[in-house]
Write a protein that binds this ligand. Structure first.
Ligand SMILES: Cc1cc2nc3c(=O)[nH]c(=O)nc-3n(C[C@H](O)[C@H](O)[C@H](O)COP(=O)(O)OP(=O)(O)OC[C@H]3O[C@@H](n4cnc5c(N)ncnc54)[C@H](O)[C@@H]3O)c2cc1C
Length: 355
């Protein structure tokens, strides 16, 4: 309905297979499969909006080939229904892991979550009330706020100082939910609030991982309904179990790799070439020199919504606020090129990291 109302030229059931750029003609050749038939498109600009949380990061674990049960990345998880009464090991302890564990437990599976390193947890209610309530809430709307205004205000704070505004929010949340955090730690869960205690949003902007917005799964960890093994890595798989480095053997019918997603330039490697993916470099992150966001400082999100080292190649992705807000700047940049407005690029950076 959205595509109809917005009069978008939308092709469903279509997969992009490959893309090549011709420097001389300034044109892409994009091969797509539409309803089983190959179609060649020749656009001037190519936007990869293939998901910032979409390029599955699947670890290699010794014994994967001999394990007789099912193995799937969290993005392939079909939902819990087929796993009632089954033993499931979920590797990872962030958003996907929690959501999948809770759903499996509700469906009657025996679930164990493996936590290798600490995770940032924030209760959804607290995040909405203390973190976002002034911008995105019924209260905000009553005070005259609109989504558009809220998006602009959110985007108006320079990344360089954003953490300074976030730290007090998480101090408050930690105080409010002190009993909850104590109970989680008592259950053996390893917590963090980011390298500088700036919480969820900075983790999201810097590394796009390392957190769970709690909508109930934490209570299941606290009361033991979801079993937890923390602080220990997987050693290998046997035919029917996951073996941890401390020797613990967890029998399993299903292993879910809730191990997150890779950088969006991985999509460029798949569709275009490794060479172009490396030329463009890592997407996302600010260069904050915190965990999983190596420096130097970038000042903006790497390669997102702006020109990249590959002419006529763009990346779009992120959460709903970013999609609403930054898609406007991306579309303006595309429009400017389409109508031939001069578009000099300020401070184009060289990629510092491959992916
Ligand atoms: C567990 C989890 C929880 C999240 N929670 C929130 C939240 O609460 N709020 C929020 O704002 N955001 C959240 N996000 C972020 C979320 O990813 C975005 O909000 C939103 O889904 C991103 O939309 P997108 O269109 O950029 O990417 P996606 O939804 O990932 O869409 C990418 C699309 O590209 C398609 N595609 C990929 N390759 C090809 C190809 N070769 N040819 C054709 N099509 C292709 C895929 O099939 C997919 O449909 C969450 C993400 C995860 C993983």
């Amino acid at each position: 309905m959205y595509t109809k109302v917005m009069e978008l030229n939308y092709w469903g059931s279509t997969t992009a297979k490959s893309a090549q750029y011709d420097e001389k003609t300034g044109e892409w050749t994009v091969v797509v499969e539409r309803d089983g038939k190959e179609v060649v498109l020749r656009p001037k600009q190519l936007v990869l909006a293939t998901g910032m949380s979409g390029k599955a990061n699947v670890p290699t674990v010794e014994g994967q080939e001999i394990f007789k049960g099912e193995q799937q990345h969290s993005s392939q998880h079909p939902g819990p229904d087929a796993y009632a009464g089954k033993k499931v090991v979920v590797i990872g302890s962030n958003n996907s892991a929690h959501d999948i564990c809770a759903a499996l437990w509700e469906a009657g599976a025996d679930v164990t979550m493996l936590q290798r390193s600490s995770t940032h947890i924030v209760k959804s209610d607290s995040l909405m009330e203390i973190g976002l309530g002034d911008l995105y809430s019924e209260r905000a709307v009553q005070g005259g706020m609109t989504t558009r205004k809220a998006d602009l205000i959110f985007a108006s704070l320079p990344y360089r100082i954003m953490h300074e505004f976030q730290i007090p929010i998480y101090d408050k949340i930690r105080e409010k939910d002190a009993d909850f955090y104590a109970a989680l730690e008592k259950a053996g869960f390893m917590l963090d609030f980011g390298d500088d205690d700036s919480g969820l949003f900075m983790k999201y902007l810097r590394r796009g991982s390392g957190y769970y917005i709690d909508v109930g799964a934490c209570d299941l960890v606290i009361d033991g309904s979801i079993k937890l093994k923390s602080g220990v890595d997987v050693s290998h798989l046997t035919e029917n179990a996951v073996v941890l480095k401390d020797g613990t053997e967890l029998p399993a019918d299903l292993v879910v790799y809730a191990t997150g997603y890779g950088s969006m330039n991985g999509w460029a490697a798949d569709l275009i070439s490794r060479e172009v993916a490396d030329k463009v470099g890592k997407c996302w992150g600010l260069g904050s020199n915190t965990t999983k966001d190596p420096g130097p400082w970038e000042g903006e999100q790497r390669n997102m919504w702006k020109p990249t080292q590959q002419e006529a190649l763009w990346f779009h992705g992120g959460n709903l606020h970013q999609s609403r807000h930054y898609s406007q700047y991306l579309s303006l940049q595309l429009k400017a090129r389409q109508v031939g407005i001069d578009t000099p690029i300020y401070g184009m950076t060289k990629p510092q990291h491959l992916s």
